[in-house]
Design a protein around this ligand. Structure first.
Ligand code: SF4
Length: 80
């Protein structure tokens, strides 16, 4: 099975975030297969966070998905 985002998985638990602005609409995503671990916070309607590297289905080889983009670390300045 191929997944790009947890939004395609039955283990996702989406909870509405409430903010001071009642017109703001965003959700927190949690994984039911990983004891409710948070996948992503403040996910807006058209956001599609990728499947995290700790996903239990990914680790079991049950899904094929894009890896999250790794950020390049900046070289530390001032070290000699
Ligand atoms: S982390 Fe994995 S098991 Fe959990 S919701 Fe995302 S795809 Fe599904």
């Amino acid at each position: 099975m191929k997944l790009k985002s947890c939004s395609q998985c039955g283990f996702i638990n989406v909870e509405r975030m409430y903010t001071a602005d009642s017109f703001e609409f965003a959700n927190d995503w949690f994984c039911k297969a990983k004891d409710g671990k948070k996948i992503a916070g403040y996910v807006e309607t058209f956001d599609k966070p990728l499947v995290p590297d700790w996903c239990p289905l990914r680790k079991a080889g049950m899904i094929d998905c894009k890896l999250p983009r790794k950020t390049k670390e900046k070289p530390s300045a001032g070290k000699s």
